[in-house]
Design a protein around this ligand. Structure first.
Ligand SMILES: Cc1ncc(COP(=O)(O)O)c(C=O)c1O
Length: 460
């Protein structure tokens, strides 16, 4: 079933008629988990989709509806779902056991690959998630510098620990969000992306900045692009001030290029946080960087220097099954053009979706770089030419807009009922497995969505 087979139904009614199994599971889940969810970004009205299986660039829900998938395991699946080499590596690892409570050979190979691929990675410490990686990166920067302040950029996402909450989706004035103490918020300085004067002022006014962290293609994987010249300025300012520059490459690492944004830009940070693709679709993360900084985790070095070591346990750090999936994935990325193919698909799909907007006379834009796509629904009604949209000049208008509500939720709904899933941005992560067939389905689904929204009077 699709929207086109129910031409007079609203998108929501079509969704509800297609997904009774998801509705039933959501009703049960709401009695068990807050909002019935395990991740805020899966929130969707009237209820989220329940997925049963996936393969390559597609997935099926519990009602057997098939979707071209741009949720992509929250960005973890650059090789698509169930890549045969990754699955074989996971199965082989499972034969040996899921957890040894000990060091193992796979983590050594995994770390070796990371140091070969990521320019800043002199040393690697595995964590269990991207959130844990950014948490450890900040702690190491503070231990190393003996300073307290962390500089972040409005709209950039670095996980959900206490230092990373304000200024991403709300509290743009830097005040503490629910459950976070003022003392933490007081040590975070927020700056607007690409604001040269603002960042210069921050460095002039504060001499106790331990670290600057950023998503190096811009907030939400380039939805709010950061200019390479600004990243370069950050490199200079941090170097002069003795501040640690942290690239959060949890999404962009092994995606923008095999060596991430740092390899593509030729700008090497002091530390990098990694997750998602790092562990091939299984849980995992890592903080990597300069040896003299990661030495704060080293028993011998800290003892010799008379310093208190930074502690770092973690039951699932470098889990062998995640390591196996990560090794298989990174070896493919290092030796093939998978990243470049995903990037090329991104260029094509964004251009074709913009053609749809221009054909339909709708002043929205599909933008992004590399293997991302972001749909800008132009709430202010600016005079936009879709194919020439300059996202960097719209950052302020994007930063504090709720996602997944109103028109953006309806866009996602329209795509879903026409066989395409992306997140509620609406944004999508592209894999190297997306090809001609998925391109055609996506462009048709987008056209059907725009036409349905016009029928519903939500787009003119
Ligand atoms: C840029 C960035 N940093 C950090 C994180 C947090 O990673 P995790 O969800 O593995 O904790 C994410 C997750 O989406 C992310 O996109």
């Amino acid at each position: 079933m699709s929207a086109s087979t129910l031409p007079n139904a609203t998108l929501t009614a079509t969704y509800e008629s297609m997904t009774p199994g998801s509705a039933a599971l959501a009703a049960k889940a709401r009695g068990l988990m807050p909002s019935g969810l395990s991740h805020d970004s899966r929130h969707f009205d009237p209820y989220p989709l329940y997925v049963q299986r996936a393969l390559g660039p597609v997935k099926w829900d519990v009602d057997n509806n098939k979707y071209v998938d741009y949720f992509g395991g929250h960005g973890a699946l650059i090789l698509g779902h169930n890549h045969p080499a990754v699955m074989a590596a996971v199965q082989a690892a499972l034969e040996n056991g899921t957890h040894f409570g000990a060091c193992h050979e796979l983590e050594v190979r995994w770390a070796e690959l990371v140091t070969q691929m990521v320019p800043s990675a002199e040393r690697v410490r595995f964590t269990s998630s991207g959130t844990e990686a950014t948490l450890m990166a900040v702690r190491l920067a503070r231990a190393y510098t003996g300073r307290s302040k962390l500089v972040r950029f409005r709209g950039h996402f670095h996980g959900w620990h206490d230092h990373m909450t304000s200024g991403h989706a709300n509290h743009f004035d830097g005040t503490a969000t629910s459950g976070v103490i003022e003392g933490v918020a007081d040590n975070v300085l927020l700056c607007d992306p690409n604001d040269v004067e603002g960042i210069t002022r921050i460095f002039n006014d504060h001499k106790d900045i331990a670290a600057v962290i950023l998503e190096p293609t811009g907030g939400n994987f380039g939805k709010m692009p950061i200019l390479p010249s600004f990243v370069s300025l950050l490199r200079d300012l941090t170097k002069q001030a003795g501040t640690i520059l942290i690239f959060d490459e949890v999404v962009t690492g092994f995606r923008v290029s095999p060596g991430g944004v740092q390899a593509a830009l030729g700008i090497t940070p002091d530390m990098t946080t990694l997750a998602k693709i790092l562990s091939g679709g299984l849980p995992g993360g890592a903080v990597v960087g300069r040896k003299d900084i990661l030495d704060w985790l080293d028993f011998k070095v800290t003892k010799a220097a008379g310093r208190e070591k930074v502690a770092h346990p973690g039951t699932f750090n470098a889990n062998p099954v995640s390591a196996a999936a990560g090794i298989a994935t990174l070896e493919i990325l290092a030796s093939t053009d998978a990243c470049a193919r995903a990037n090329a698909f991104g260029d094509t799909v964004r251009a074709k979706m913009n053609e749809v907007l221009e054909d339909e006379g709708v002043k929205w834009a599909v933008h992004g770089t590399h293997s991302s796509m972001h749909i800008y629904t132009n709430p202010e009604g600016a005079d936009i030419v879709p194919s020439r949209f300059d996202a960097a000049s719209f950052i302020q208008k994007m930063i504090d807009k709720p996602r997944g509500e109103g028109i953006t939720g309806q866009v996602r709904m329209g795509l879903l009922v026409n066989g395409v899933d992306m997140n509620s941005g609406p944004s999508g992560w592209i894999s190297a497995m997306h090809g001609e067939e998925e391109l055609a389905i996506t462009v048709d689904a987008f056209r059907a969505t725009i036409r349905a929204l016009k029928r519903e009077g939500m787009v003119r």
